[in-house]
Design a protein around this ligand. Structure first.
Ligand code: AR6
Length: 164
C-alpha cells in the first residue's frame, strides 16, 4: 500500500527511511541534515567508510537514534533541463532503494521527495517518477510511505494518487 502523508521523515518508525543525500554521503542540508541531526554522530561515522555513492545508487546504514531501524542513502540527480537523463536517474534512486530494502528483508519504507529541494527537480515531474516507482514495488512491501514536507508536495502527491 502507498501512503501519502505530511510529516518530518525523522519521526517515522518504519523499517527504513530514505535520505536524499549527496555523492559524498557526509551530510548536508535539507532532509540529509535533519536525518543526521536526529540519528546522531554515529550516522556520519557509519557513512564515512562507505566512500560515497554515485548518483542514482543507494547505500544502507543503521538508523542509530532515529525511530527507523535503517537509513537508505540515495543520491538524486541535480535538475538541469530534463534532457540529461534526470528522470531515469531519479527512477534509479527509488528502484535501488527498494532493492536494497528487499535485500535486507525490510517491509516498510518511507521516502522524501528526492531531488526537489536543493537539487531543483520540478516537484510535479519528480512526484510522477516517484509514484511510478512506488507502484512497481507495492506487491513486495507492507508499507510504502511518500513523506511530504510541505503542503504543496502533499497536494501534488494526493492528486497523483487519486488520478491513478
Ligand atoms: N522530512 C521530510 N522531507 C523533508 C525534510 C524532513 N525533515 N526536510 C526537507 N524535506 P533536499 P535534494 C524535503 O534539499 O533536493 C542536501 O544538502 C524537502 O522539502 O533535502 O535531493 C544533500 O546533502 C524536499 O521536498 O534534497 C544534498 O547536497 C525534499 O526533502 C542535497 O541537499 C528534498 O530536498 C540534495 O538535494
Amino acid at each position: 500500500m502507498i501512503e501519502v502523508i505530511r510529516a518530518d521523515i525523522t519521526t517515522l518508525a518504519v523499517d527504513a527511511i530514505v535520505n536524499a543525500a549527496n555523492e559524498s554521503l557526509l551530510g548536508g542540508g535539507g532532509v540529509d541534515g535533519a536525518i543526521h541531526r536526529v540519528a546522531g554522530p554515529e550516522l556520519l561515522a557509519a557513512c564515512r567508510p562507505l566512500g560515497g555513492c554515485p548518483t542514482g545508487e543507494a547505500r544502507i546504514t543503521p538508523g542509530f537514534r532515529l525511530p527507523s531501524s535503517w537509513v537508505i542513502h540515495t543520491v538524486g540527480p541535480v535538475w538541469h533541463d530534463g534532457a540529461r537523463h534526470e528522470a531515469e536517474r531519479l527512477a534509479a534512486c527509488y528502484r535501488n532503494s527498494f532493492e536494497l530494502a528487499l535485500q535486507h528483508g525490510l517491509r516498510s519504507i518511507a521516502f522524501p521527495a528526492i531531488s526537489t529541494g536543493v537539487y531543483g527537480y520540478p516537484k510535479r515531474r519528480a512526484a510522477t517518477v516517484a509514484m511510478a516507482a512506488m507502484h512497481e514495488y507495492v506487491p513486495r512491501f507492507a508499507r510504502i510511505i511518500a513523506c511530504c514536507h510541505s503542503a504543496e508536495d502533499l497536494q501534488i502527491y494526493c492528486e497523483l494518487l487519486v488520478s491513478d
